[in-house]
Design a protein around this ligand. Structure first.
Ligand code: LLP
Length: 419
């Protein structure tokens, strides 16, 4: 986390004081480092130097159009999973020819929108979806470029909620039957079958499952080419892990080696869909201490960010570092909790943290991925602001929601009006 560091005891992001941002825009807020994004993107890309490749940022991890625009300017494409994500990617100026679209439940309307936009490829996830893609392409007088998402049945050894490449998971088509599905797709008149896709899970801290999956995919590509299907793209999905606490994140070179060894000299364009690897450590959530209290057995730091702002601790028991924005001499074992009315509303449990007093600030670290993107309005809490720091300045890339935003889309039914 070099992009968030202390100077004279207070935390800065690329030379901008987090305390200053907090005093100017209030809390809680997410703050991202542009340099972190660009350095991670370039490191990822350089690991595959000399190979034809497209790096499609997984929009779901950090979908703000300010961030997408930054990544687009670096040459990134987008991995999308909904019409909403397509809208964001296009609004951010991402080249449609670098957009790949996965997801087990694409609606016909979403498919039409993506066809209109001229995206690079649909990653089809079922036999029925192949028919729907074909029908919609035909109706639109277009051809749909597709890959089929293969479920390689490889154990990613990560949290069960974010494992996706096992037979028991809902994703993709089983590797045992997928060759038939490819042949079927190739026979449909409005589809161009050009890719194979897999995504085995998220937050992988070992590269061997990637190597196993890549071997399976490469052997499939050879079979498909032998069947006369001209596969041009190998999309290996995302999933490369990061360090949240004490886990060792794989080096990009080792990840690249695992995949490139399997690919050998195969003539293919590689596609990657990193999300967390680019966004996770690029952002932190800054929150203010509202109250402290002792229950006799526990000390609580009650802060103004909650599970609606950052769901990962409640949902996955995920670890996020909790650091003081202004360093303190004292530490204390505490639960850092939010104002939401649920016992599951915590950002950290039994954590030795800085003894930040009421009014002080904490930075919840490694919150750039699946932080704001999973935020909700639960307990009618307006969602936090988002800020991007670049070149010594900060830019509000999402204003804090207002109460009017909360009720904006709602209405009182006519039979209850004029009471
Ligand atoms: N491609 C596909 C098809 C995916 O489903 C995902 C993530 C990615 C790429 C990006 O994976 P990444 O590189 O970020 O690991 N909410 C969870 C993570 C869910 C991941 C879902 N799919 C969390 O907070 O850990």
């Amino acid at each position: 986390m070099d992009y968030f560091s202390y100077e004279n005891g207070t935390m800065y992001c690329e030379g901008v004081s987090l305390e200053q941002i907090a005093s100017e825009i209030g809390t809680p807020f997410y703050v991202y480092s542009a340099k972190s994004f660009s350095d991670s993107f370039n490191t990822f890309s350089n690991a595959f130097k000399g190979r034809e490749k497209i790096i499609c940022f997984a929009v779901k991890s950090c979908p703000n159009i300010g961030i997408l625009s930054l990544l687009g300017s670096l040459g990134a494409g987008a991995d999308i999973v909904s019409g909403g994500e397509l809208h964001r990617a296009l609004r951010a100026g991402i080249n449609p020819e670098k957009i790949v679209y996965a997801g087990v439940g694409k609606t016909r309307q979403e498919i039409r929108e993506a066809l209109d936009a001229g995206i690079l490829m649909f990653n089809a996830e079922s036999a029925q979806e192949l028919d729907v893609l074909n029908e919609e392409a035909k109706k639109a007088g277009k051809r749909a470029r597709i890959a089929i998402r293969v479920n390689p049945n490889v154990d990613p050894k990560t949290h069960p909620y974010i494992s996706t490449g096992l037979k028991k998971n809902k994703f993709g088509i089983s590797v045992e039957t997928v060759r038939e599905q490819f042949r079927y797709a190739a026979g449909l008149d409005s589809l161009d079958v050009e890719g194979v896709h897999c995504h085995i899970g998220s937050q992988l801290t070992d590269v061997s499952p990637f190597a196993d999956a890549a071997k399976i995919m490469v052997s499939l590509i050879k079979d498909l080419r032998a069947d006369g299907i001209d596969i041009k793209y190998l999309d290996m999905g995302g999933g490369l892990g990061i360090t949240y606490n004490d886990e060792t994140a794989p080096e990009h070179e080792d990840y690249a080696k695992a995949i490139l060894e399997a690919a050998g000299n195969l003539d293919i364009t590689l596609i990657f869909e990193p999300g967390r690897n680019l966004s996770g450590n690029a952002g932190v959530l800054v929150t203010r201490v509202l109250y402290t209290k002792d229950s006799g057995t526990k000390h609580f730091k009650i802060v103004d960010a909650a599970m609606n702002d950052l769901a990962r601790p409640s949902l996955y028991d995920a670890y996020h570092g909790i650091l003081p924005v202004c360093e303190t001499a004292e530490t204390i074992t505490c639960d850092v909790v939010g104002p939401v009315c649920e016992t599951g509303d915590f950002l950290a449990k039994d954590r030795i943290a800085a003894d930040v007093p009421v009014g002080g600030l904490f930075a919840v670290m490694s919150a750039g991925a699946y932080g704001m993107s999973m935020a909700s309005n639960y307990n009618s809490r307006p969602r936090a602001a988002e800020v991007l720091v670049s070149g010594g300045n900060y830019y509000i890339i999402r204003r804090r929601e207002t109460y009017a935003d909360l009720t904006g889309p709602e209405s009182v039914p006519s039979f209850l009006r004029n009471r």
